[in-house]
Write a protein that binds this ligand. Structure first.
Ligand SMILES: C[S@@+](CC[C@H](N)C(=O)[O-])C[C@H]1O[C@@H](n2cnc3c(N)ncnc32)[C@H](O)[C@@H]1O
Length: 315
């Protein structure tokens, strides 16, 4: 999706997949709830298309959730804070980064976090076992120019201001407030990195607890979408969600692996998108998904037939 503002660089952002994921949104959504918001790429893209009346943005990482709130509610103040901080780095930019990082770890000031994310290696957050941010600076780039940042902050604010609630809770607490007219989009932390402790994010989640929580949403008739496991070639990343949840599983193309291209294996990465039964019942028609660079086509069949299996692939 072109021209969608994106002020926050964040590893694992769904920005590039947003257009595909939004195809599975129902026509009418009261609140779009994002319990694992990260950079809130899906909420921002959905707001740009006017898909939901209201939004709930949550992330357990408190400075991140607070930063998202500032982006929406105080974009002008945040932009000038960023500009001032960004300009300071020119005398010794690496030393400046380490100083800001030390200040951030001490104060948890979300405004400093915006700069850290713009300036660190690939926007990829890393934490040590004490929960201290320890990612290094990108030595080749100085981070988003203040002018561009200003434009992106104002852009996101215009899309979400006045209709968005922010929180920093565990996802299960966010589920509790969901109603039938809402849609929950979930992109939990990657599985299987270090058990429950994924150092790439501040917190990981347990697969078993997550499955139980999804079963409870099913029992309440809540519509939801989950981005979960992935696959490159025959190699699967993470556990699939079980058949007992009666989800429709779609594989969407997430890109080509540069590593396997170098090795002469032109492998594509796919990510699973799971649609809940309550959501499928709301969709008037199911979009047919055709990956651009694959010879295979992944197609959706009639919902009821799909419930027979978790996943259907039609060559
Ligand atoms: C894969 S990232 C989401 C990326 C997001 N889709 C985007 O486009 O930027 C997962 C997020 O879940 C958050 N998280 C981890 N455990 C959580 C929990 N128990 N409750 C809520 N959020 C959690 C992490 O802080 C992280 O930001």
């Amino acid at each position: 999706m072109k021209n969608i503002p994106h002020p926050i660089q964040y590893q694992g952002s769904k920005r590039a997949l947003a257009a595909t994921i939004l195809k599975y949104f129902p026509k009418s959504i009261d609140r779009l709830i994002e319990p694992f918001a990260g950079s809130a790429a899906i909420s921002i893209a959905a707001a740009a298309r006017g898909l939901a009346k209201r939004h709930v943005i949550n992330d357990i990482n408190k400075p991140l959730a607070e930063l998202l709130r500032l982006v929406v509610e105080q974009p002008v103040e945040l932009a000038s804070f960023y500009e001032k901080l960004w300009m300071e780095q020119h005398s010794d930019s690496l030393e400046h980064y380490y100083q800001v990082r030390e200040r951030f770890n001490r104060t948890q000031d979300p405004r400093l976090f915006l700069y850290m994310l713009a300036r660190c290696v690939k926007g990829s957050v890393r934490y040590n076992s004490d929960g201290m941010f320890n990612q290094s600076p990108d030595k080749r780039r100085l981070g988003t120019q203040p002018k561009t940042m200003h434009k992106n902050l104002i852009g996101v604010s215009q899309l979400l201001k006045g209709k968005t609630a922010f929180s920093s809770l565990d996802y299960k607490a966010v589920f509790a407030s969901a109603r039938k007219a809402d849609l929950i989009y979930m992109d939990p932390p990657y599985q299987g990195v270090c058990g429950d402790r994924d150092l790439r994010y501040l917190s990981g989640i347990s697969h078993e607890e997550f499955v139980v929580a999804l079963a409870r949403l099913n029992a309440r008739g809540i519509a939801y979408i989950v981005s979960y496991d992935g696959r490159r070639g025959e190699r699967v990343f993470g556990e699939l969600l079980p058949n007992s949840l009666s989800l429709m599983r779609i594989e969407i193309e997430a890109g080509r692996s540069s590593q396997s291209t170098l090795l002469g294996r032109d492998e594509i990465t796919y990510e699973s998108l799971y649609l809940s039964e309550a959501l499928v019942q709301k969709l008037n028609h199911l979009p047919v998904y055709r990956p651009q660079s694959s010879t295979q086509q992944y197609m959706l069949l009639e919902p009821r037939r799909l419930y027979e299996k978790t996943s259907q692939r039609v060559p």
